[in-house]
Design a binder for this molecule. Structure first.
Ligand SMILES: [Zn+2]
Length: 396
């Protein structure tokens, strides 16, 4: 009997989430259209709609104009009553945004991040989130969740950063637990490539039936794969690590312990090394990040040496991405990086890919810059926090 009650409650929650998702993705939409698409009966839809209105997640926006019959009342997602926090962790800073549930960014802050110890690291991220939340007016639903996107290996079951080349002094950071204790809200922690890819689908409304690979190029290379609407995770739940696939046998030693990794040849770290013609593996990550930014800026201005280095990285990037295309045959490759500020960069990547893929693999393939630019990871992390919140909604 208890099982039956539990199953009944579960079905109501699933129906409510189905109706909400449909309204969010396809609104304005009428109840009749929802019935047509979902196959749910009228009583169920009316019950879900009433609950969602009480939750302030949808609103009625008036009657549609129609040439015959009774005009239907149209429903729309109401994303302005709730907020979400998204943070993208960088080398020595965190970029924090506060957005409403429709993805409109209301505030953004770049705040220094000390990665000398887990305690300082957690405190700085928490302070950055608190300051960002304090800087916006709270709507009725308040902040519904917090999403963090970060470089390295994340245990998504626990929300712990297990290891990251960007934070060599931090072997293990129980980030989710610490932030949930501080803010008493649900926190989602995800690797940056996965986070950015999730955001491109959620807020960018990419087709759930498509297969995409996200390549996030910073000092290292993060990646994510979306297979027909679901983020791909391996057996232990980890995100794909394109940056640590073998690119040069017997090549440069990587911070991960392997050698010849792709990110040692096609990242902003490699850009700085190529431009300055020296091994920078033991130099400060913050300094390399700053130098890489300066090289990109010089290349944007047309300085020949900087441009040569940027386009060299584009060539290398195309080669490594081509191997993934040969493996996955995706519909989209999404590139998130500062390098595409240089006009010819994307074209060079595309030409390099074309030279290294199997026949026919370019057909139907789209190479695109990340739709949300510098906010891709933070907005993506925010989208995962929203999805987490929606997945737990209950019918009262
Ligand atoms: Zn590696």
């Amino acid at each position: 009997m208890e099982l039956l009650t539990a199953n009944h409650g579960l079905m109501r929650d699933i129906n409510k989430l189905t109706v909400l998702t449909l309204i969010r993705q396809n609104g304005p939409i009428s109840k009749a259209q929802i019935a047509q698409i979902t196959g749910l009966n009228k009583t169920t839809i009316t019950s879900c709609v009433e609950q969602l209105k009480q939750d302030l997640l949808i609103r009625e926006i008036g009657f549609a104009s129609t040439s015959q019959g009774r005009p239907p009342l149209m429903l729309q997602f109401n994303g302005k009553e709730g907020l979400v926090v998204g943070a993208a962790l960088g080398v020595n800073f965190s970029d924090v945004i506060v957005a409403n549930l429709e993805g409109d960014i209301l505030c953004q802050n770049r705040i220094p991040l000390r990665a000398q110890s887990a305690e300082l690291f957690i405190q700085d991220i928490g302070d950055a989130i608190a300051a960002s939340m304090d800087s916006v007016a709270m709507p009725a639903l308040g902040v519904v969740g917090i999403g963090i996107g970060c470089p390295g290996i994340v245990n998504t079951a626990t929300g712990d950063i297990v290891r990251s080349n960007r934070y060599p002094l931090l072997p293990h950071v129980p980030l989710r637990r610490a932030l949930e204790e501080r803010f008493q809200r649900s926190v989602t922690v995800e690797e940056n490539g996965n986070a950015a890819l999730a955001g491109a689908y959620y807020f960018g409304k990419m087709s759930a039936s498509s297969t995409s690979m996200y390549v996030h190029v910073g000092l290292g290379i993060g990646s994510g794969i979306m297979l027909q609407g679901s983020l791909y995770r391996g057996g232990l739940g980890f995100a794909p690590k394109l940056g640590h696939t073998l690119f040069a046998a017997g090549g440069k030693a990587c911070g991960c312990g392997l050698s010849g990794c792709f990110e040692m040849y096609a990242s902003e770290h490699s850009l700085a090394e190529h431009y300055w013609e020296r091994d920078m593996r033991h130099e400060d990550s913050g300094d390399i990040w700053r130098l890489a930014g300066e090289i990109i800026e010089l290349a944007v201005q047309g300085e020949a040496k900087a441009l040569r280095s940027v386009l060299h990285i584009g060539e290398m990037l195309g080669m490594g991405i081509a191997s993934s295309i040969n493996l996955l045959n995706p519909d989209h490759i999404i590139l998130g990086c500062r390098l595409n500020r240089v006009d010819s960069f994307m074209a060079v990547v595309e030409q390099s890919i074309a030279r290294h893929v199997l026949p026919l693999r370019m057909e139907g393939l789209t190479l695109m810059p990340a739709p949300f630019g510098e906010h891709s990871v933070s907005l993506g992390a925010a989208s995962l926090a929203i999805e987490h919140m929606f997945s737990g909604i209950k019918v009262g």
